[in-house]
Design a protein around this ligand. Structure first.
Ligand code: NAD
Length: 384
């Protein structure tokens, strides 16, 4: 099948583009991020995802193409949209513009897949587009649900939610996922939109709820980490309970915001979780002020989750910057990002090891287990 992927150089688009190409499709990536085209064509992705470099090289060798020219859409049977989305007005405008352009450039009877996370009822609006109707285009909402770091396994392993109008259309769109060996589940557009949003809001709420308990324990000077450890030890009903920690990243907070706006949930418990997480961060700052005797701190890990190189929505990084702004001398140690990708200096642990006894583990990468921290004063923030 001939497939265009708009936004195909992103975290969601690139693994999908490569997998579709190596599974017998002809894929063309259409992306506006022209700065990285040279690296991509050499087989070098601009973010880390296990296995992606090898797969990209393989896909390029058998015909994966990259362009910024939207006109290629007219040569495709399927166009998949994977650009970034959020409740932010600029992102909304960009998404609308891209959808309209795709509709305008699509051939009669061709197929459009929305893969970006969208507002509830987006599909129904597209179905009413005049050109979409005139051209007898077909639409499916196939949300991405992979976790970063597991993209290539989960793209195949997780069943694909496919929101369509009817079972005939479902058969058409299912072929795309069949080609990768992925099972598909057919639901309505609204069901697919709701499933994607509510799943992320649920995860956001789950992580926030445990932070709420940590905040409450803090008001009575209890060490919640110790309590949680004891309470969950060999107690099956707390088996899957998360640790308190920062709730960030490119998806959970933004999708929760979208859900609150889409369903007018300003007074719901879900809205209150935003305050919970702010309070959780404030409590960490208070702890730092109380426990560290000097303003020098070694700050380990600033990406949004362990063993990732993604800084988008990272609360650890925000905290490091806040501490710097308030006069702390922060020595960031972040082995997963290159020195010039942020404005702040990045250090090797060995070179600043003796500078202070104060250590914050903001994001707990596996590599930190090998660091000698026995004689340090360590504040560890969540994520095991
Ligand atoms: N990152 C995740 O783990 C994850 C998981 C599930 C769903 N999602 C959703 O998938 C979507 C994409 O997320 P992402 O993390 O891949 O974003 P990203 O920012 O990594 O990638 C988006 C890509 O779209 C391109 N782009 C933006 N506007 C464009 C335009 N007008 N024309 C052409 N290209 C354009 C960008 O250059 C970029 O390469 C979002 O809706 C997100 O919510 C992300």
């Amino acid at each position: 099948m001939k497939i265009s992927i708009v936004g195909g150089l992103g975290h969601i688009g690139l693994p999908l583009s490569c997998l579709l190409q190596v599974n017998g499709n002809k894929v063309i990536i259409i992306d506006q991020n022209t700065e990285i085209f040279d690296d991509i064509r050499k087989g070098l992705p601009n973010f880390h995802e296990p296995g992606l470099k090898t797969l990209l090289k393989k896909a390029l060798a058998i015909g994966l193409e990259v362009t910024d020219d939207m006109n290629h859409i007219s040569k495709s049977e399927y166009t998949i949209i994977t650009i970034g989305t959020s409740s932010n007005e600029n992102d909304k405008k960009n998404f609308k513009k891209v959808v309209n352009k795709v509709i305008q450039l699509s051939n009669k009877n061709s197929n459009i897949i929305l893969r970006s996370t969208v507002d509830f009822e987006t599909c129904n609006k597209i179905l009413n587009n005049k050109i979409f109707i005139q051209k007898k285009l077909k639409l499916a909402y196939c949300p991405e649900r992979i976790a970063e770091g597991k993209a290539l396994q989960e793209l195949i392993k997780l069943p694909q939610i496919v929101g369509t109008n009817n079972s005939e259309d479902f058969k058409k769109f299912k072929q795309i996922f069949d080609s990768m060996g992925t099972k598909s589940i057919n639901v309505s557009y609204k069901e697919a939109e709701f499933i994607k949003l509510f799943s992320n809001v649920y995860r956001y709420s789950e992580f926030s709820l445990i932070n709420e308990f940590a905040n409450i324990a803090n008001t009575v000077n209890l060490d919640f980490s110790k309590i949680l450890n004891i309470a969950s030890k060999q107690y099956p009903r707390l088996k899957n309970i998360p640790n308190p920690g920062f709730v960030g990243g490119p998806c959970l907070p933004k999708d929760t915001k979208t859900f609150i706006e889409n369903f007018n949930l300003q007074e719901s418990v879900i809205s209150k979780f935003m305050d919970t997480n702010e309070e959780f961060e404030l409590n960490i700052i208070k702890k730092i002020k109380k426990e560290f005797k000097s303003k020098k701190i070694i700050f380990l890990g600033i990406t949004f989750k362990p063993d990732s190189d993604d800084l988008r929505g990272s609360v650890s990084y925000t905290l490091a910057k806040k501490l710097i702004e308030t006069g702390y001398e922060i020595y960031i140690v972040e082995p997963n990002i290159t020195k010039n990708s942020i404005n702040e200096e990045i250090y090797n642990f060995e070179e600043i090891f003796n500078i202070t006894e104060n250590v914050i583990i903001g994001t707990n990468h596996k590599i930190f287990k090998s660091f000698e921290l026995d004689n340090k004063k360590v504040i560890k923030i969540g994520n095991k």
